[in-house]
Design a binder for this molecule. Structure first.
Ligand code: SER
Length: 314
C-alpha cells in the first residue's frame, strides 16, 4: 500500500483529493500537510497532519522519513492572479518549493510524484483552439513561468535521477468544498456562491471569455488515474487534460436554468488579460490514448451538482 504525503492539503485541490485518497489507500496511509493549520471543517478528517512550509526543506525531509512516505502530491501553489500581485512569492512557493520536493524525493527514494501544471503554461502565441500537448510554451504571467519551468525541472529529475514525476496541465477546476484563492478561473466557482447567496454576480471576465474547465470529481480521478497509470504506456511526463470549455455567458445561462432570477454583470479587471492569453479549447488526446483519460462531467451535469452541493452547504 502506498504511503502518501499531500502538500497543500488545506487548499482547493488538496482538500478535495484527501478524502478520496483516504478511501482508496487507507486513512493512516495519507499524511496531510499545509502551511496553514486546517480550518475546523477540514480538520475533521485531517489527521495525520503536519504543519509544513514547502520552503523548509529539512522539515519536508523529516516528514517524509518520519511517515515512511513513498508518494507525494504537491498541491502547494500561488495561482495566476495572486502571482501577478506577488511575483517573487509565486516564484518562491511554486519553484523553490517544487525543487525542495524534487530534491528530498531524490534523497529519500520517493516512488511517485504528482505535481499539477496548468493551462497557464501556454501563452498568447500558443494556438488557442485545440491546443496540442507539444506546442509553444511562452506564458506572460509569473504563474505560467513557474509552471513551464516546473515542467522542465520535473522532466530533468526524471531523466537524470529516474524520479517518477507525472504532471497534468489542469484547466480551471470547479469545486464546492474549499473556496479557490487567487486564480483567474475562480470566477467559475465564485459565480455559484453569488447565484445561490445573492442571486447576482459581477464577473471579472467579460461575457465572451471562453476557458477550458473541469469539475473537481474529474480532476481527482485525473490525478489518481495518472498516478496509477502503467509507466510503460506513458509517452509523456506532462499531459494536457480538459473536459469542457464554455464562456462566462454560457455558464451564467446554465445557472439561470436552475435559478431563473439570477443576474450577471460584467466588470473585467486585470485578470481579463491573463484569461485572454490562455487557450479556449485543449487537445488532450495523448492523455486519452496513454492512460485512458475520460472525464464524466459536462457543463450541464457540473452546474446541477454544484448548485445541489452548495445550496445544502450555504
Ligand atoms: N486555476 C488557475 C488559475 O486561474 C489556472 O491553473 O490561476
Amino acid at each position: 500500500m502506498r504511503r502518501i504525503l499531500v502538500i497543500g492539503s488545506a487548499g482547493q485541490l488538496g482538500s478535495e483529493i484527501v478524502p478520496e485518497l483516504r478511501t482508496r489507500y487507507g486513512k493512516e496511509n495519507v499524511v496531510t500537510s499545509d502551511i496553514k493549520i486546517p480550518t475546523h471543517e477540514n480538520a475533521i478528517n485531517s489527521t495525520p497532519f503536519v504543519q509544513l512550509d514547502i520552503l523548509n526543506k529539512e522539515a519536508l525531509s523529516k516528514c517524509i522519513s518520519d511517515f515512511n512516505i513513498d508518494t507525494i502530491f504537491n498541491m502547494a501553489s500561488i495561482l495566476s492572479a495572486s502571482g501577478e500581485k506577488s511575483p517573487l512569492k509565486a516564484w518562491d512557493v511554486n519553484l523553490n518549493g517544487l525543487i525542495n520536493v524534487l530534491e528530498v524525493s531524490k534523497e529519500n527514494n520517493i516512488d511517485s510524484i504528482i505535481w499539477p501544471s496548468s493551462i497557464a503554461a501556454f501563452g498568447p502565441t500558443t494556438p488557442q483552439t485545440n491546443t496540442p500537448n507539444e506546442t509553444i510554451l511562452s506564458p506572460t504571467t509569473m504563474y505560467g513561468i513557474t509552471k513551464v519551468t516546473g515542467e522542465l525541472l520535473a522532466k530533468y529529475y526524471y531523466k537524470n535521477y529516474s524520479l517518477d514525476t507525472r504532471s497534468m496541465r489542469l484547466p480551471g477546476i470547479i469545486s464546492s468544498k474549499t473556496y479557490p484563492e487567487g486564480g483567474t478561473t475562480d470566477y467559475a466557482v465564485e459565480i455559484f456562491y453569488g447565484a445561490i447567496r445573492e442571486k447576482e454576480y459581477t464577473s471579472f471576465l467579460d461575457e465572451n471569455t471562453i476557458l477550458p474547465m473541469m469539475y473537481v470529481d474529474d480532476c481527482i480521478k485525473c490525478m489518481i488515474d495518472l498516478l496509477e497509470a502503467d509507466p510503460k504506456k506513458l509517452r509523456r511526463r506532462v499531459y494536457n487534460v480538459t473536459s469542457m470549455s464554455f464562456s462566462v455567458g454560457e455558464l451564467a445561462a446554465e445557472i439561470k436554468k436552475h435559478i431563473p432570477d439570477f443576474k450577471i454583470k460584467f466588470k473585467p479587471d486585470f485578470r481579463q488579460e491573463i484569461a485572454n492569453s490562455w487557450p479556449k479549447t485543449i487537445d488532450d488526446s495523448f492523455a486519452r490514448e496513454d492512460w485512458g483519460w475520460n472525464p464524466h462531467y459536462d457543463l450541464e451535469m457540473m452546474t446541477k451538482d454544484m448548485i445541489e452541493k452548495l445550496s445544502k452547504r450555504l
